[in-house]
Every structure is written in structure tokens, then in C-alpha cells.
Design a protein around this ligand. Structure first.
Ligand code: PLP
Length: 431
């Protein structure tokens, strides 16, 4: 059956899979296998030479993971996807697929701490420079660009500041020079549609809202199919010059008959092949289960978070609430432009009592889990100043948006009355 729907509710349940041709199985089977029987020596040779597509070895492809990849690409409005072992692997691959030692990328300063470390330390040690710029000014990306800039990188809805990234402006600056914008949309799947605003690649930690149940670490890279990788060949040498690891293949030419998928094919057959951050088929299955209810869940996360924002805004012991719905000026314009159908489940707030009150509030919670995660079906909370950001100086903490009394909430799917009651009693205890 050809699936013609463009509605996320339908795609989340049907894209990439119908019933199993042999068994009739409706749920996607878990293909827990490392390897696949070749039909003949010719078949095997064709697969290895990429003359024919098919399964070779689960490090580079797997039928269960393939359904996840097709579903993610369909939901995001892209042309193809690559699922990997974690969000960290997705971020690393998305950049390493374009930039090598001596090259640079320009990235937003407002990034998840793990991505920051990857960019500021690990990739730097490998000779790949990441230039960080304040996303408040899109032109900062242009100013930091030189001949060796291969990509721009940012998060759509970075926490703790929860300010929407200027996707369209930065994508346009890059596109003119052959520089793709890579967007990490982990905090806002379905709510922000980066490809519709000119981003070329979307990355996810599927560990969060996409999986949604706190069971499986995973990541994904999605190719929008909307970027001409060969328009500025000198800008993207990894896709436009012979690849010695593949008999001299030039990726933009080699995959032309298959569509605009040079980027995602290279990520699979070069990076996943060599670096091996493969997703387990069982995790792919779990993440598919999560996706099936993502449209429903993300709407409820947003609705519950909006009620929490209203509640916190009325508390005298809360000095500030951080949420896209409370943005002002240009941030408000961006929130209105980019968010569709909700603002997601993340809420930040500052307690009048500072760090001590923050810690007391966290210990007083009974329903919320105290964990370093977001996007679970359960409500989660953390006090960044004493945990995730504790290694930073007080000054650096403030620069990243973490004040001593800042608390981050990831609002879950419990009944809103129970969520508010838990917050109220923990705030009262924190005094
Ligand atoms: N990107 C964002 C926005 C995240 O919040 C995280 C994890 O918290 C990651 C990437 C990394 O994902 P993972 O933990 O799946 O490696």
C-alpha cells in the first residue's frame, strides 16, 4: 500500500511498514541478527559494490532499524535517515560526515552540554575546529565563516534558555555558500519542522521524546533532500572528491540515480561502517513503539507544561519562569513563527531562595523523578547548578542560562492535578 498521508498521526503508525510478507505480523519484527545469507556470490559482490541495495551486516543496516529510519524520515519530511546508537553519535556523525582535520564548523553557543564537550574538546583534539557564536544574531554565523567552514550547527529549542533558534535566517546565509544547517530537534519533534525553514539535516537524540519512555538510548540523522551538495563542490570535498575507502567513489555522483541522498549514504557506508555506532535492533523496536504515540504525547506534554507555566507564574517564591510562551521581542516572534501545536514539555524556573532552595525543592519532590534526562513520559526535574553544570564557574553557569536557583522541569503525561500538587508541596517545603 502506498502511504499518501502527510498527517503525523498516520505516518507515526504506518510509515515504513505494513504487515510482514511471510508471517503477516503487524508489529514490526525485531530482527536480532548480525548477518544475512547472500543469494549467490554475485549477489554478495553487488551488495558490497553498492550496485544493489540489501542487507549485509547489522553494523550498517538492519530490517527493524530500516523501518525506524523510514518512519523518522517520513515524519520529519526528509528523504532518508540513519539511526545510530545515541544522540551523541548522531551529532558527531552529522559533522564528521562533512568536516575533517583542518576544517571548521560554526555552532550555536546554546547546546546540550554533551554536544558542547564533543565540539569544544573531542572534535578539537581531532583537528576539527568548532567556532561558537551567539544564536541571538544570525549574522554571527556569517562572520565566523571562512573557506574551510563545512556546516552550521544548532538546536531548535535549547535548554535551559528555551529560545527558538533563527533557523530560516541562518539556513539562508549558509545555503548561498554551500553550507548546510544541521539542526538538533531533540526538544521539539513535530512542533518545529526545520526542513520547512531551510535546514538541510536534522539530528535527534531518540532517547528523549521520540522513544518517550525512558527505556532506550538512540539517535538519528535525517537528510532533508533539499540541499544541493554539488552546487559548491569546493565547499564539500568529502562528498565531491574521490573516496579512497570506496574505490574512489564521488558520493554526489555515485548516488545520483537514487535521489539527493549523497550525505546520508556516506554517513552510513563510511562513518557507520568504520566507527560502528550501530543501534541495536531491540532499541530500534522500542523507539518505533514510542513513535507510534509521539503525536499524542507531544501534544499532552505541551498542554501539561503550559498549565505548569501558569501555576509557577502565580507563585511568590518563583522569581522567573522560562518557557517559549513567555518570550519577548524577537524571541517571541521566533517562538510564534517556528512552534506549531505546542511549545513542548520543558519548563525552567528560578527560585527566590537560590541554590539552597533549589536543592530543597528537588529533595521535596515525590512524583517527579530527579534525573538527568528529558522527554520521558514521566515528569522529571533537576537542579543544574548543583549537578549538570556544577563543574562550570558561577560566571560560566550564568552565561549558559543557569542561575543558582534555576530548576529544569521536563513535564510528563501524569494527570495535571497530580503534577501541580507535587510541585506545590515541594515548593512549600523548599520555603
Ligand atoms: N541533543 C540534545 C538536545 C540532548 O538533550 C541530548 C541528551 O540529553 C543529546 C543530544 C545526546 O543524546 P544521547 O543522550 O541520546 O546521546
Amino acid at each position: 500500500m502506498a502511504l499518501t498521508s502527510k498527517h503525523p498521526e498516520t505516518l507515526a503508525l504506518h510509515a515504513g511498514w505494513r504487515a510482514d510478507a511471510t508471517t503477516g505480523s503487524v508489529a514490526v519484527p525485531i530482527h536480532q541478527t548480525t548477518s544475512y545469507q547472500f543469494h549467490s556470490p554475485e549477489h554478495a559482490a553487488n551488495l558490497f559494490a553498492l550496485k544493489e541495495f540489501g542487507n549485509i551486516y547489522t553494523r550498517i543496516m538492519n530490517p527493524t532499524t530500516d523501518v525506524l529510519e523510514q518512519r523518522l524520515a517520513a515524519l520529519e519530511g526528509g528523504v532518508a535517515a540513519l539511526a545510530v546508537a545515541s544522540g551523541q553519535a548522531a551529532s558527531a556523525f552529522s559533522v564528521q560526515n562533512l568536516a575533517r582535520a583542518g576544517d571548521n564548523i560554526v555552532a550555536s553557543t546554546d547546546l546540550y552540554g554533551g554536544t558542547w564537550n564533543l565540539f569544544a574538546n573531542t572534535l578539537k583534539d581531532q583537528g576539527l575546529e568548532v567556532r561558537f557564536v551567539d544564536p541571538a544574531d544570525p549574522h554571527a554565523f556569517a562572520n565566523a565563516t571562512d573557506d574551510r567552514t563545512r556546516a552550521y550547527y544548532a538546536e531548535t529549542l535549547p535548554n535551559p534558555k528555551l529560545r527558538l533558534f533563527p533557523i530560516e535566517e541562518v539556513a539562508e546565509i549558509g545555503r548561498k555558500q554551500g553550507i548546510p544547517l544541521i539542526m538538533d530537534n531533540t526538544a521539539a519533534p513535530l512542533l518545529v519542522r526545520p526542513f520547512e525553514h531551510g535546514a538541510a539535516v536534522v539530528v535527534y537524540s531518540t532517547t528523549k521524546y521520540i522513544g518517550g519512555h525512558g527505556t532506550s538510548i538512540g539517535g538519528a540523522i535525517i537528510d532533508g533532500g533539499n540541499f544541493d551538495w554539488s552546487a559548491h563542490p569546493q565547499r564539500q570535498p568529502l562528498l565531491n572528491t574521490p573516496d579512497n575507502s570506496y574505490h574512489g567513489a564521488i558520493w554526489t555522483e555515485a548516488v545520483k540515480p537514487l535521489g539527493p541522498i549523497a550525505y546520508i549514504i556516506r554517513a552510513r557506508v563510511v562513518l557507520l561502517r568504520d566507527l560502528g555506532a550501530a543501534l541495536s535492533p531491540f532499541n530500534a523496536f522500542q523507539i518505533i513503539q514510542g513513535i507510534e504515540t509521539l503525536p499524542l504525547r507531544i501534544a499532552r506534554h505541551s498542554e501539561n507544561a503550559a498549565a505548569v507555566v501558569k501555576f509557577l507564574s502565580q507563585r511568590k517564591d518563583v522569581v522567573k519562569v522560562i518557557h517559549p510562551s513567555l518570550a519577548e521581542g524577537i524571541d517571541k516572534e521566533r517562538a510564534q513563527k517556528y512552534l506549531r501545536g505546542g511549545a513542548g514539555g520543558l519548563v525552567g524556573f528560578e527560585l527566590a531562595g537560590g541554590a539552597e532552595a533549589g536543592k530543597h525543592f528537588i529533595s521535596g519532590l515525590e512524583l517527579f523523578y530527579h534525573v538527568a534526562n528529558i522527554g520521558d513520559a514521566r515528569s522529571l526535574a533537576i537542579h543544574p547548578a548543583s549537578t549538570t553544570h556544577s563543574q562550570l564557574s558561577a560566571e560560566d553557569q550564568l552565561a549558559t542560562g543557569v542561575s543558582p536557583g534555576y530548576v529544569r522541569l521536563s513535564i510528563g503525561l501524569e494527570h495535571i492535578d497530580d503534577i501541580l500538587a507535587d510541585l506545590a508541596q515541594a515548593l512549600d517545603k523548599a520555603g
